[in-house]
Each structure stands twice: as structure tokens, then as C-alpha cells.
Design a binder for this molecule. Sequence first.
Ligand code: SF4
Length: 58
Amino acid sequence: MRVEKSSSSISRVRCVVHNCYYNDHNNSCLANSIEIQPPDARDTEATDCATFVNSTGR
Ligand code: SF4
């Protein structure tokens, strides 16, 4: 689900995924909202941002 891109970053979220369409390249996210998946994650490695959109392959 594509969300709108905001002019201000989400506070209290640090994201270093610089190839994401929503990343401001300063470790912040400009998406209006984010969703983290999956519901049954058991560790850090299994937890991902479902809002991610590849900035080079959209
Ligand atoms: S949408 Fe997710 S992966 Fe992309 S910058 Fe925001 S928090 Fe990071």
C-alpha cells in the first residue's frame, strides 16, 4: 500500500534504509505512516518495514 510522502520526518523513528523512496538520507523517514511486519516476528531479523518502496525500482 503506497502512502503519501511528507515534508517532515517521523519523530522517534530512525531508519537507515537510504534506498527507500521515503528515506530523507539523514536516517529519517518521510512517509505519512509506516507499517511494520510480520505479526509473528520472533527476532529483529524477522521484522521489516512493509511501507518500504525501492527508490530505484519503483
Ligand atoms: S518507509 Fe520504512 S524503510 Fe522506508 S524510510 Fe520509512 S521506515 Fe525506512
